[in-house]
Design a protein around this ligand. Structure first.
Ligand code: SAH
Ligand code: SF4
Ligand code: F3S
Length: 445
């Protein structure tokens, strides 16, 4: 048995890919371990989205180098930094054995074997994404009650700040029948919730042109599957069929991550987001009309080049108007090769810091208020795994809140009505009030 350690950075698509890499290496006798010490192969699955994320790779490689010298550990770099800077990795860290981009994971066994033969470092950053999905093995089925399923990759939107179109290539939708097969296998393996993934997941379309709403309805028919989610969506691809699915399909959870980035039309335009602030508000209104209890999450960038105090004030206005249950916010990070990095009017770092602090304070107040409002309510929780304290399980509310409750281990994988009793900074506590609820039976909130 050989030991495999995979360290994952970045988005959920990388989490999914890391699991697939472990699956593709299993037949070669590699079994996952939690730490790099003593591993035969270490894979860094990297993220290129912001400068800090990218730089982590080189510092981590520096830390791993002694392991390689001591134990002969093989080092591989996968993911978006590998795709964007493959040659530079081999130049800056020549002791790396394998560099492979996100579309080449099915070739991992071959590349590892070649490196093991001492044939020199192997680099594969070719692009044909369809080949990747055709050649990866089906998920091994030990993913637990909540599983990820990548249905779409890549991005054609070319927001001026973003590297994803360059690291993940053009938009590609997987075939609906293949997705359904994978979803059924996940459910047979114990999944009760599936989160459909894509860089622009709602740009997914089937061979007949049907959209994500119709895929959601198709997957919702799978017995034993209780919950569906999808992430990350783009406002431009929020079509009528998908909004209607939120109204009509109870398995589709009432929580949506819909990045807006800025509340200023001038900045949205400079970002090439392809929609206005008014359009975003209209989409939110339609979603809320479709599903009254839908909670929203978003991504924000502060300090995009040229962002004035007035532009930033409009972002705060948007947040106050929409009210988010949760959100991620980032300082703009200039990325090599993207148009925005070439704009002269970069915002000074201290201004970015101040804006980020102000935005995060407002978002935190909204998140706390959202969580506090669930106290005293009884909500369905999908229990997933052991919690912090003995005898506890932790699960998720429909709105993606972590909920801790005292429960026997056998309740993992079940959706149980739970009365929320208290709120902590990052989770809720509750008491299970209905442990008879089982299998296909669901409670709406
Ligand atoms: N496809 C998704 C986002 C993928 S990247 C979408 O279109 O919304 C995740 C988040 O990282 C983005 O929403 C954005 O907020 C942030 N991000 C991307 N590039 C960035 C950059 N250069 N600097 C700072 N934040 C960035
Ligand atoms: Fe990046 Fe924009 Fe594509 Fe999202 S839509 S991945 S932010 S280019
Ligand atoms: Fe990062 Fe690549 Fe995901 S750049 S956010 S790992 S698509």
């Amino acid at each position: 048995m050989k030991k495999l350690h995979i360290k994952t950075y970045g988005c959920q698509m990388n989490v999914y890919d890391s699991a697939r890499m472990a699956d593709v290496l299993a037949p070669l006798g590699y079994a996952p371990v939690d730490a790099p010490d003593g591993a035969d192969l270490v894979i860094l699955n990297t993220c290129h989205i912001r400068e800090k994320a990218s730089e982590k790779v080189f510092s981590e490689l520096g830390r791993l180098r002694p392991l390689k010298e001591r134990d002969g550990t093989m080092l591989a770099v996968a993911g978006c930094v590998a795709q964007a800077e493959g040659a530079e990795i081999l130049a800056r860290a020549p002791y790396v054995d394998v560099v492979l981009g996100p579309q080449a994971y099915h070739r991992l066994p071959e590349l590892v074997a070649r490196a093991a033969r001492g044939a020199g470092a192997a680099l594969d950053t070719d692009f044909p994404v369809d080949v990747k999905f055709d050649h990866l093995p089906a998920p091994s089925g030990n993913q637990g009650p909540s599983a990820f399923l990548t249905i779409q990759e890549g991005c054609d939107k070319f927001c001026t700040f973003c590297v994803v179109p360059y690291t993940r290539g053009a938009e590609f939708s997987r075939d609906a029948a293949a997705i359904e097969r994978e979803a059924r296998a996940l459910v047979e393996g114990g999944a009760r919730e599936i989160t459909l993934l894509g860089q622009n997941v709602n740009a997914w379309h089937g061979s007949d042109g049907e959209g994500l709403g119709s895929l959601v309805r198709r997957l919702a028919r799978i017995d034993g599957l209780e919950r569906l989610r999808y992430t990350t969506s783009h406002p431009r691809d929020m079509d009528d069929g998908l909004i209607a699915a939120h109204a009509e399909e109870p398995k589709l959870m009432p929580f949506l991550h819909l990045p807006v980035q800025s509340g200023s039309d001038a900045i949205l335009d400079a970002m090439n987001r392809g929609h206005t602030v008014a359009k975003f508000h209209e989409i939110v209104a339609r979603l809320r009309a479709a599903r009254r209890d839908i909670a929203l999450s978003s991504d924000f960038i502060v300090g995009f080049p040229g962002e004035s105090d007035a532009d930033f004030a409009r972002t705060l206005d948007l947040v106050r108007e929409v009210k988010f249950a949760q959100a991620f916010s980032f300082k703009y990070s200039p990325r090599p090769g993207t148009p925005a990095a070439l704009i002269d009017r970069q915002v000074p770092e201290p201004v970015k810091d101040a804006r980020l602090a102000e935005l995060q304070a407002l978002l935190k107040v909204q998140q706390d208020a959202f969580n506090a409002a669930t106290v005293g309510r009884t909500v369905p929780v999908l229990y997933e795994r052991a919690g912090r304290n003995p005898g506890q399980l932790v699960g998720k509310s429909p709105w993606l809140q972590a909920v801790h409750a005292l429960a026997p281990a056998a309740h993992a994988g079940r959706v149980l009505a739970t009365k929320i009793t208290a709120v902590a900074p990052n989770s809720l506590s509750g008491t299970i009030v209905d442990s008879q609820l089982d299998g296909g039976e669901r409670r709406s909130a």
